[in-house]
Design a protein around this ligand. Sequence first.
Ligand code: PHE
Length: 447
Amino acid sequence: MKERSSFSSRLGFVLAAAGSAVGLGNIWRFPYLAAKYGGGSFLLVYLILAVTFGFTLMIAEIAIGRKTGLSAIGAFKALDKRFGFLGVLASFVPIIIFPYYSVIGGWVTKYLASFIGGEVQAAAGDNYFTAFISQTGGPILWFSLFLGITAVIVILGVEKGIEKVSKIMMPILVLLTLVIAIYTCTIDGAMDGVIYYLKPNFKNFSVKTILAAMGQLFYSMSLAMGIMVTYGSYMKKENHLEGAVRQIEIFDTGIAFLAGLMIIPGVFAFTGGDQSALSAGPGLMFITLPKVFNSMPMGGLIGTVFFLLVLLAALTSAISLMETIVSIIIDKFHIKRLNACLIVTAFSFLLGLLPSLGFGLLSDISLGEMTILDIMDFVSNSVLMPIVAIFTCIFVGFIIKPKVIADEVKATDGKFKSEKMFNVMIKWIAPWFLVAILVSSVANALG
Ligand code: PHE
């Protein structure tokens, strides 16, 4: 049998996995949630959850992948025949997310091009975004471009494509985030935003804060969709798993934190402290921020750098989504990587046409307020992901038992510092939290 490809080093693994984790969620969703749920108190809750709940789930997924050396669909089955369904369920998540994530990636690419072309003023116009996404050809073209770039990197393979690209893109991403964060914090009126973001405001604190932080964490760390299982299957035994997970978390949380410093003070300075401008959804990134950039000195340059950064973040996440699907196909049908990539690209292109057209030609297809893109997002993130995560906890906690995971973590040097916490979390705490997320997000959607 051909040896499974792998990341060449722990750093390569960490950067690729962090590349998956750091994405659109860190850049627009995290700052918005932090602003909505009480600034510093949200940050604190998020941090505590990251090192307990997020840590536990990520350890479990990466260990399952490394132990079996298989992609999501085979990995659960290899450990217990009855749990093959879990792999199948997990595989549906990237299959649904990848196409619409690439549609949004296309929008980001288009904005980058507009900013490079000096169209800052136009992009800051009220109807620019809506007019663009309701077209037919334009958005499809940019979506295809984004999909094409992702496909080329995945075709090149784990070490030559994904690892190499992550090693270049991730350090650039950190640098750009730092530059913009420092810049926006120094413009007039930004300090109020910084204070608002960092100061704990327990008045806005409730169970909802915890659930919101939890839902965000789980999406942000790319959990419950087979990605970390797949990346784990490419991780070498000589690389320490627990240390790697810590580094991925620091990366993901660090970028999310900086994104808050980059966006909240900027929006505050622009609106004179009106936090409703931070409202969720694509509106913040594609409508409000261009206006903020337009109002800043050197806004054209800063906006260009910003959209470049968002593009890098989106690309490395899209790569992980595509790789997860590709590796499932390779494992299952034993076909060449190139062919698997072509199939996934063609399929995702066709499926992506729906959300891309969902704001124009197909805007009649909707569920209440939800467009096609929202529906795909809801099914994958709010329904499937929590279900997969709940079953993963049950699977590890009660079927194969946490010891199997602990042994895998210890395979490098016999150490697993947080083993006790891991055992308690995976069996008794994480599943309940996840049930709460599932119930609350479904209840939210139902109105
Ligand atoms: N983790 C990514 C983010 O924070 C989102 C993502 C979800 C990426 C699913 C890949 C797959 O934006």
